[in-house]
Ligand binder design. Structure first.
Ligand code: PGA
Length: 249
């Protein structure tokens, strides 16, 4: 079983003052918690130069929320995986549904970004998930299978890839799927990874994301093949984020 990961996605939130909140997370991530669960915070790019330095020695990993597929060049406003690695960050989220929707990112674009992450020595968190209409139409499993096939690079392993299942309709809404639906989706994703990558597929962590809170984390994280969570809103406060991680202790 892969080591669990609780990842915080701060999205477009956090000014300099948020460093203090991160400090409280570092204080709370004690020896007991460190023995059982990995923690990751993905701040906005403006804090990427700061947090990896603050985090030194704390063992909380830092990641970015997106990267460009190219290493450098004429791409105003973009940040490359190499630049992210240069800050000391070790992860990058790619293909979040907000980027797929707001920036028209296709599976091919997401895959190129995941390949860039590996090139730079970062672990890519590839996000997938169906819309509400797709869930209603009964095609959620097919949609996610296609996203996995299109977004994940060949040769992926647990050392360079994490997958996050985030139903679009559950993000920021307070709604979550039934535990049976999460179990079915995660079992399907695991089967896809095993079929494509053989035994390596067993080591790729599968996170659930979408309205994970301290009061529902227990039941969600107990589902088979849920190896952690990708947390948005509840990752902005140290206590809520640590409470979710404490599910493992
Ligand atoms: P949420 O966001 O926890 O606020 O629903 C999750 C995500 O988008 O990663």
């Amino acid at each position: 079983m892969p080591r669990p990961l609780i990842a915080g996605n701060w999205k477009m939130n956090g000014l300099k003052g948020a460093v203090a909140e991160f400090g409280r997370m570092m204080e709370g991530y004690d020896r007991k918690m460190r023995a059982r669960v990995d923690l990751l915070i993905c701040p906005p790019a403006t804090l990427l130069a700061t947090l990896p330095v603050v985090a030194l020695g704390s063992r909380i990993a830092i990641g970015a929320q997106d990267c460009h597929a190219k290493a450098s060049g004429a791409h105003t406003g973009d940040i490359s995986a190499e630049m992210i690695a240069d800050t000391g960050a070790t992860f990058v989220i790619v293909g979040h549904s907000e980027r797929r929707a707001d920036h028209g990112e296709t599976d091919a674009v997401v895959r190129a970004k995941a390949e860039a992450a590996r090139r730079a020595g970062l672990i890519a968190i590839v996000c997938v998930g169906e819309t509400e209409a797709e869930r209603r139409a009964g095609v959620a499993l097919d949609v996610v299978r296609a996203q996995l096939a299109g977004s994940i690079p060949d040769g992926a392993t647990g050392a360079d890839l994490v997958v996050a299942y985030e139903p679009v309709w559950a993000i920021g809404t307070g709604l979550i799927p039934t535990m049976a639906d999460i179990a079915e989706m995660h079992a399907t994703m695991r089967a896809e990874l095993l079929a494509r990558f053989g035994a390596e597929g067993a080591g790729i962590r599968l996170l659930y994301g979408g309205s994970v809170k301290p009061d529902n984390a227990g039941e969600i994280l107990a589902v088979l093949d849920v190896d952690g969570a990708l947390v948005g809103g509840a990752s902005l406060q140290a206590e809520a984020f640590l409470d979710i991680a404490r599910t493992y202790s």
